[in-house]
Design a protein around this ligand. Structure first.
Ligand SMILES: *Cc1c(COP(=O)(O)O)cnc(C)c1O
Length: 392
């Protein structure tokens, strides 16, 4: 199932066909903890094999193998590993290549738990990090030290939709022999293929666009076979292992990834344009708008602009709650990327991981709301926001 021959929707549907030896069109779930050996000798061999699929589910599982094969094909990487959450994927990727005394370059704007990992957790293991403004490409090179072992980026980033020049950072890493990794959750492989732009490792919260239905928690890592082997080795100790049923749900969610994300791209662009022209809206952060300061970079490195945006409302800090309480379709909930439109006031959402001061430093306005656009009909979504803005 190669990308040259087959489109994305064909690949999500058929890449893993070869792992289904039954006649069932929908593959069964290997809902088992352990697998019987043909003999004690053969079982012992499996116990020392790399990422075996039929030994013990913490080491691997045929359902996971199917998801991993699809994800490697979608991102264009050699190998993949599923984990129990996006943070499991991020933690495994970051920790595997680092030891005490090493240094990481990250961004000032990251998913909040990733920021906490760099800011509070890594220093306790003697690992330093420098966090740079991702919109200033030259700052990445300036932050590199002799002991830098990883450059970790996220684009578009949460919640301000800032972009990183992925190709430039990948080239920097390559030229200095430093591994690069990206959180590709917001874009999804439908809209952005970082490995093609030169990045080594891609991580996802599969909880979001990949699963797509707000019904599972999972993560995925895609990258070079040798590094994935090291991450697997770390992850079976860390224990961030996905359950087979969630792996199967993820496989099912992936079957409609292209359809869902294309609809989310269309809905989000239409909603962003509507909101931008509304008198009660101060600013819309969406890479697909010409007013986005990095719109030309978005055009260069993204195929579509995604379902995520954030919006600064006019008025005081009570306006987000008034808008959200008046919406009838969009639900007030964290998480993102699924079929239902979700909205959250950014300030309260980040309150548990960022102090008011840190939020201000990161540019998170008290009147900022983050919207994850779903697959509802475009016209219904826009009228919902129109009526709620009238009341807010
Ligand atoms: C949600 C999210 C994560 C964390 O994923 P979990 O599945 O909740 O662990 C990481 N990065 C981004 C960009 C996210 O949106």
């Amino acid at each position: 199932m190669s990308e040259e021959i087959h489109g994305l929707q064909t690949r999500v549907l058929h890449t893993a066909d070869k792992f289904n030896e039954t006649h069932a069109v929908t593959p069964p779930i290997w809902q088992t903890t352990t697998f019987r050996g043909d003999s004690p000798e053969q079982l012992a061999e499996l116990g020392t094999a790399l990422h075996p699929t039929e030994f013990y589910t913490r080491y691997g599982n045929p359902t996971h193998k199917q998801v991993e094969t699809v994800m490697a094909a979608l991102e264009g990487g050699e190998a993949a590993l599923v984990t129990s959450s996006g943070m499991g994927a991020i933690f495994g990727t970051v920790m595997t290549g680092l030891k005490s005394g090493d240094h990481v370059v990250g961004q000032t704007n990251h998913y909040s738990a990733t920021s906490k990992l760099f800011r509070d957790v890594l220093p306790r293991w003697g690992i330093d990090s420098t966090l740079v403004d991702q919109t200033r490409t030259e700052d990445f090179a300036a932050a590199v030290r002799p002991n830098t072992k990883l450059i970790y980026i996220e684009s578009p980033s949460n919640p301000l939709l800032h972009l990183t020049d992925i190709q430039a950072v990948a080239e920097l890493g390559r030229s200095k022999g430093i591994r690069t990794a990206i959180d590709n959750t917001f874009a999804s492989p439908v809209n952005q293929l970082p490995i093609k732009l030169g990045v080594d490792v891609v991580v996802h919260s599969a909880t979001k666009f990949l699963g797509g239905h707000h019904d599972l928690t999972a993560g995925v890592i895609v990258g070079p076979r040798s590094y994935l082997a090291d991450i697997w080795d770390f992850s079976i100790i860390a224990g961030s292992i996905l359950g087979p049923f969630d792996g199967w749900l993820l496989l099912r969610g992936l079957k409609t990834l292209g359809l869902r994300v294309e609809q989310q791209n269309r809905n989000a662009l239409a909603l962003a344009q509507f909101l931008e022209s509304h008198s009660k809206v101060e600013r819309v952060n969406y890479p697909g708008l010409e007013s986005h300061p990095q719109h030309s970079l978005a055009r260069r490195q993204m195929k579509g602009f995604g379902g995520m945006m954030s919006v600064v409302l006019k008025g005081d800090e009570r306006v987000p709650a008034r808008l959200i309480n008046s919406l009838q379709l969009a639900k007030c909930a964290v998480s993102l990327g699924g079929v239902d439109t979700l909205i959250v006031p950014a300030a309260t959402m980040f309150a548990h991981q960022h102090s008011a001061e840190q939020r201000r430093a990161a540019g998170i306005d008290d009147r900022l709301v983050r919207i994850s656009v779903g697959i509802e009909d475009e016209r219904d979504l826009i009228s919902d926001f129109a009526q709620a803005l009238e009341k807010s």
